[in-house]
Design a protein around this ligand. Structure first.
Ligand SMILES: *Cc1c(COP(=O)(O)O)cnc(C)c1O
Length: 391
């Protein structure tokens, strides 16, 4: 399957058929698996043979999902997790112990921020935030205890584009691992391992599911690193439900066509904002006014499904805008077939102080649009009538 195109791999990689000759893979709703005999049980536990033992460790649906994701990312192997945050947590916690240190780009998902700044310090693990765009800051933040770089590109919601290749080069000079949260781009638009990342993490809840139905996540890396993550996962239990593994594997079958349309709609919406007289700031990675657009063109096949903008009149206009939307959903989720508008300062990033928000480019009037798959004219019309009533 390795030599096939992305779309083909996403559709044709399937768990082995059972005796029923099913075309669509069944859901393996089983917590455990039977051993053929006592010797088989012994060999499975001794890891002398491969096979399922217990669904906290592995399950055919979750394996199908994560192995397919590995094919699409160009990763050796991986682990499926119950949520994106479970993936973020185990992919960090597996590689640090008391006394160690993590360097992270300041602009990370709200809960990742809480792990780095609140939870890791409880266990004696330090962190330093850097402006992820500034390569010198990464280099300068390194201490003898630094074990891991963590970054998100494009970042949520600032849409910063970070140079994965250069950051990985700095890390590898110092034997530091690089962990990239690839949630916004998905494997269809960006493959961090190709640029030198050691670990790729996903929230599958977003574009991978694409329809706002399930939570899920994944950690992908080489076998040696995943063995470490598997140890933590196996004994702490952030396992994905087989039902969600089934849903998400099906979701991957349509990821390419969905992402193409998300990107097409997002580009048209960004251009609409660009031409609007009352919108001073528009951000979209593949727009020429984006400071990282050249890098985005190298790292990302297309610009993604998220557009951010700011209205004249800041917070007040922003709230008026949200309250006048008719069709577009107000939600904190993203990557759904439905277009969603979010006000990060009062929701997803409300736990940050005003200075912290400022530092990651979240102004009081910033609105994040997760551009869905409705017809672009209907999306723009709804936004247009809401903007007309916002000033
Ligand atoms: C949503 C999100 C997460 C967390 O994923 P969950 O599935 O909600 O746990 C992590 N990183 C990014 C960039 C996200 O958008």
């Amino acid at each position: 399957m390795k030599d096939k195109a992305f779309e083909t791999k996403a559709i044709r990689h399937q768990a082995e058929r059972t005796n029923h000759r099913e075309h669509s893979v069944p859901i393996f709703a089983t917590s455990s698996y039977i051993f053929e005999d006592a010797e088989h049980a012994r060999a499975l536990f001794a890891k002398e043979v491969e096979g399922n033992v217990y669904s906290r460790y592995s399950n055919p649906n979750n394996d199908e999902f994560v192995q397919k994701l590995c094919l699409l990312e160009g990763a050796e192997t991986g682990i499926a997790t119950a949520s994106g945050m479970a993936a973020m947590f185990i992919s960090i916690a597996s590689f640090v112990k008391a006394g160690d240190h993590v360097v992270a780009s300041r602009s990370v998902f709200g809960s990742t921020h809480q792990i780095l700044t609140q939870l890791l310090p409880r266990w004696g693990i330090g962190y330093t935030y850097v402006d992820g765009i500034d390569l010198e800051q990464w280099e300068q933040a390194i201490t003898p205890e630094t074990k891991l770089f963590f970054l998100e590109t494009p970042s949520n919601p600032g849409l910063d584009i970070l140079d994965i290749k250069s950051i990985a080069e700095i890390a590898h000079k110092h034997q530091i691992l690089v962990n990239v949260d690839n949630c916004f781009a998905t494997p269809y638009l960006q493959n961090p391992i190709q640029f030198g990342a050691d670990i790729v993490t996903h929230s599958a809840t977003k574009f991978i599911d694409g329809q706002g139905r399930t939570l899920g996540g994944a950690v992908l890396a080489n076998r040696e690193l995943i063995d470490e993550v598997m140890f933590l996962s196996r004994h702490t239990g952030p396992a994905m439900s087989p039902f969600n593994g089934w849903v998400l594997s099906k979701s991957l079958e349509t990821l390419a066509v969905r992402m193409d349309r998300h990107c097409e709609n997002a580009t048209k919406l960004a251009e609409y904002f660009l031409n609007h007289p009352n919108i001073p700031t528009v951000r979209y990675p593949h727009l020429e006014n984006h400071p990282g657009h050249e890098l985005a063109a190298i790292q990302m096949k297309k610009g993604g499904g998220i557009v951010t903008f700011e209205l004249e009149g800041g917070l007040q206009s922003g709230q008026k805008f949200l309250d006048h939307l008719n069709m577009i959903s107000l939600s904190s989720n993203l990557g759904d077939s439905r277009t969603i508008a979010t006000h990060p300062a009062s929701t997803t990033h409300s736990k940050l102080s005003e200075e912290e928000r400022e530092a990651v480019g979240i102004s009081p009037g910033l609105i994040r649009i997760s551009v869905g798959l409705e017809h672009i004219e209907d999306i723009i019309n709804d936004i247009d009538q809401a903007l007309d009533q916002s000033f």
